[in-house]
Design a protein around this ligand. Sequence first.
Ligand code: PMP
Length: 398
Amino acid sequence: MALAQRLSRLGTETAFAVALAAADWKSKGNSVYPFHLGDINIPTAPHIIEAMNRAIADGRTGYCPGAGIPELRAALADDIGSRRDMSIDPAQVVVMTGGKPVITKFLQAVMDPGRSVLYPNPGFPIYESQIEYLGGEPAPYRYVPAEHGFAIDLDHLRSQITDATVAIIYNDLQNPISAESTAAEREAIARIAIEHDLWVLSDEAYFEMRYEGTSQSIAALPGMAERTVILYTFSKKFAMTGSRLGCAVAPPEVATVMSTMNTNDESCTTHYVQWAGITALEGTQQPVADMLDTLRERRDIACALVNDTPGMSVAVPRSTFYLFPDVTEALPRVGASDVSEFAEMALHETGVSFCTRRHFGRPQPGEQRDYIRLAYSGIDGDQITEGLTKLQHWVASA
Ligand code: PMP
């Protein structure tokens, strides 16, 4: 007996391997400072939990429609539309078990085997994994350091387009690098999509995880709504990562096939969690504001310490909960031959655990700088100070 050949093309979130190494080091009695996983160590707000418990007590425990309960689809259409200055019909909203399934179902809906999809690299590793698993041609596009962080290398992106290209995955407010498009960059991506008649997956997982300014969606630009699928998730904004609730907002014909995929794959998203989702959207937004205040404080502590560490530097991001410092000059200081060894040494010398650029898609030819990713969503401010101070002393004294 043999397993299916396509499994050789299935990637994963290798960040979970970093978590295992950190857990192992901790089990040996060492302190560990967890900067590796993009989970949130802030609980879901009590009124959302109450709504979930109430829905269970009220017997909302059976199957429900594959596309989601109508009440949640209407609430999402309203909320997502009003925050993006778009008019969204509830029929365009397909509820899913988090944001991640939107990636797979988008690719299944628009990409035949042999077709090519553009995606950010470094970027969320599931894009690359799923394009390859489903038999597509991966077309990574890169970022370049810019005045306040990173910008998409539009020339490189254009150079990756071929006759086989059918879609572009675009993650403004980006994991892992916290890049944020200027209006001009967003418009340039939209022009490219229209010119080459491409579908767009706009991964908006961090749309409301921002500390200043307001987010804009590429879907709201002229000519884009009919070609764009928005990935929306409750995971980050409402600290509901484990509840698994999100949705796609898609053009009607794509929404219909995604709903059929749901019926094939999950039947439906957990019924009572959907009722809690309505409360999250329509109830008090104070917990969201409080969480962002906490995350902003952590960001400021972490950025200051990173920028005080010899050989490390980072621009202060205005969104997400990730830092993507350049550590190129820190590597030779501590005698690390590459960034993976740097991460391993840092764990053992300081307890600071983090992912590196290599966890976010296959490195591309010509990359000359080394980067790590520090997630500050799962670690309190005092632990950030303690951990990054140890890292700073380790690098400085090497
Ligand atoms: N997109 C991006 C860019 C993400 O970082 C994540 C989660 N880390 C997701 C999608 C998936 O989110 P969810 O937990 O809702 O599936």
